[in-house]
Design a protein around this ligand. Structure first.
Ligand code: WTA
Length: 633
């Protein structure tokens, strides 16, 4: 098994000397990365230090109350995340700074200053109040990547309402289930949006869902396109008309730091989505701190988190954390390769983006198109890169590092989950990097890899990633289902949070995530991560993408079967099948040799870009496929 420990990328001097984290350490007499991690083992101290960087209406009496598995952070404090994200900037020069550079798919560009964002948030908050939305009420937001999406979220949070954003790529069925579970009073949507040049009928989807959602009293509709839609009198109102009537001043409600900020639904092992609950205080501390110190956000940066706000990555790192830090972010509505594969690089060049944060899937897509697309553009403004969502295979890491980052920009491979709220395992810009490893737990975070009995797995051997301490931005529960929260995350081994991920810790303490634990095969008694096989395959010059599943084998337990898409210009053949089998065998070892290889034009993916191995497996075994509401196509 390769760990590539021999391949180490040392942090550039400029980060060692001038990064936010180096300054923070200098102020406290901390002399190096290892010492930082050591000091932060006192995690209550560390997080309280981070919390002091935000503005509190009333400070906390106690940093943490931990009644396993339920945590409360900054107990007794009064807080509102919107006071930090918007209001407090009205008294500083950030007021006139651009918060979002928004580009639509057809190509319009809008620049929203903090003040403009604040005024429109106030209007929408007043409009919600007029509709009877009060503290604790739920609002479902079904919007595409347009400025009204963060505004709607902030408007809810400002008055203490709970938002539940449903990714705009979801069907009306998925929307309906999520509205019903949240018992939302109001739904905010748009008449339509654009995707690959085509209009997507969001209002029609909403109307379809609405037939079974009695809790919903009103639907607010953003006029995104010229498309006419049916408006139901008494229920539906246009955003622009509603906002126009309202004052652009609105008080921010002081909340208990544990007040619910949002729920966000994510798939579990069963068909019913889980409403992950995050709260104002702790979530704000975790997200602001991690963005500031991992991505080293400075006043002049142009930050681009190229995710969709419909997922946790966008909630945390397009909306809340960048706004709390007073940063300028890019927000792009459309597909990355529309109308040409260099759409992203055009935006990046024009806006002189300094930090780009994306996913391995996107990187591999760009690899597949070829480096000539990025090469046409000047990307020299970049100083830092990031990756999230799945293990990044070293091949993609190196491509990203060389062709996008110009061999200059450290890559922050951030491991985290909807449940964790913020990055937990990730390098800081002062961490030596190993391609393919998310490196070490961040300060204040304790992650371990355990075997099936819950004991620490031997170094270099695979196991299950678990978390040993609470952290401020952890989920508080599953909405309306604390029992499922306990069962799902805390029941396997006492006191350990089950991430569901397979991982390995190497001799330097670096963690190598290998995909979900349910995607780990046991081949003749050896653990083999599907991600490992895929990583080996995508390193082959003919392969664009690979998905590996385990299929039962009489003698060996599981054997790997892989599905492959080829790079443009490559042809499937029997000879190539043999070559690839041999390739994997030599890359990892004979146990990894795929039993079968199938070529596909494309692989089934979730709308967030993860390959749906579960679906491939069900097909291969002729079984029921289960919940596929997150499938893209
Ligand atoms: C996977 C996305 C390896 C992991 C923020 C986790 C990763 C799941 C990484 C959560 C990474 C995310 N390296 N695997 N850097 N980041 N994952 O809830 O399996 O959509 O459990 O949150 O994505 O996915 P979610």
């Amino acid at each position: 098994m390769t760990t590539a420990t021999e391949e180490l990328y040392q942090p550039p001097k400029v980060f060692l000397e001038q990064s936010n984290i180096s300054n923070w350490m200098r102020q406290r007499g901390i002399t190096g990365y290892d010492q930082l991690l050591e000091r932060a083992r006192n995690y209550e101290w560390y997080w309280a230090e981070m919390a002091k960087e935000l503005a509190w209406f009333k400070p906390w009496d106690k940093t943490l109350e931990w009644k396993l598995p339920f945590s409360k952070w900054f107990v007794g404090a009064q807080f509102n995340i919107v006071h930090n994200a918007l209001d407090r900037h009205m008294k500083t020069s950030t007021k006139n700074k651009v918060a979002y550079i928004w580009e639509s798919e057809p190509g319009e560009v809008e620049r929203w200053t903090y003040e403009q964002l604040w005024r429109e948030t106030n209007r929408m908050a007043n409009a919600l109040k007029r509709l009877g939305v009060a503290k604790g009420d739920r609002v479902t937001i079904y919007l595409p990547m347009i400025p009204q999406l963060p505004i709607a979220m902030l408007a809810c949070a400002k008055i203490g309402a709970v938002h539940s954003v449903v990714f705009s790529g979801f069907s009306s069925l998925a929307l309906k289930d999520r509205i019903i579970d949240a018992e939302s009073k109001v739904v905010i949507t748009a008449n339509a949006t654009f995707r690959r040049g085509k209009a997507v009928a969001l209002k029609a989807n909403t109307d379809a869902a609405m037939t079974e959602c009695p809790s919903v009293k009103n639907v607010i509709v953003v006029r995104r396109t010229q498309d006419a839609v049916t408006m139901q009198p008494g229920r539906d109102l246009w955003w622009d008309e509603a906002a126009k009537k309202e004052s652009d001043q609105c008080d921010t409600v002081a909340l208990d730091s544990e007040a619910i900020l949002f729920t966000l639904y994510t798939s579990g092992t069963t068909g019913k989505p889980k409403g992950i609950v995050h709260v104002h205080g702790g979530y704000a501390v975790g997200t602001a701190a991690t963005l500031k110190y991992v991505f080293d956000i400075k006043d002049k940066d142009i930050f681009w988190c190229a995710a969709d706000i419909g997922w946790i990555t966008g909630h945390s790192y397009i909306v809340y954390a960048p706004l709390m830090l007073g940063a300028t972010s890019i927000m792009y509505e459309g597909a990355p390769d529309w109308p040409e594969p260099d759409r992203w690089w055009k935006i990046l060049e024009r806006e002189k983006v300094t930090i780009l944060y994306t996913s391995p899937t996107a990187i591999r897509m760009h690899m597949k198109y070829g480096q000539q697309w990025a090469a046409k553009h000047n990307l020299s403004s970049l100083r830092l890169l990031g990756s999230v969502g799945e293990p990044i295979n070293p091949e993609a890491w190196r491509w990203y590092y060389e062709h996008i980052g110009g061999n200059r920009c450290p890559i922050m491979d951030t491991w985290w989950q909807t449940e964790t709220g913020c990055f937990l395992v990730s390098p800081l810009p002062i961490t030596p990097l190993k391609p393919g490893s998310a490196t070490k737990p961040l300060p204040g975070i304790d992650v371990d890899v355990v075997d099936s009995s819950g004991k620490p797995a031997p170094i270099g051997e695979g196991g299950f990633a678990v978390l040993k301490n609470p952290w401020p931005s952890m989920l508080r529960t599953i909405y309306k289902d604390p029992e499922r929260y306990k069962q799902n995350y805390w029941s396997r081994w006492p006191g350990l949070y089950l991430t569901g991920d397979a991982a390995m810790k190497d001799e330097d303490g670096y963690i190598w995530f290998r995909g979900r634990a349910d995607e780990v095969l046991n081949v003749a008694g050896h653990r083999l991560g599907t991600a490992e096989v895929e990583s080996a395959l995508v390193a082959h010059p003919a392969v664009a993408e690979a998905a590996c599943i385990g299929v039962p084998h009489e003698v060996k337990g599981d054997v790997p079967k892989v599905y492959i898409t080829l790079k443009i210009g490559q042809q499937p053949s029997e000879a190539l099948v043999e070559e690839l089998k041999k390739w994997v065998s030599t890359q990892i070892g004979p146990i990894a040799r795929p039993e079968a290889i199938e070529f596909r034009d494309k692989l089934p993916k979730t709308r967030s870009g993860k390959i749906m191995r579960r679906l491939l497996k069900a097909q291969a075994l002729g079984k029921e496929v289960g919940d596929i509401s997150t499938l893209e196509d």
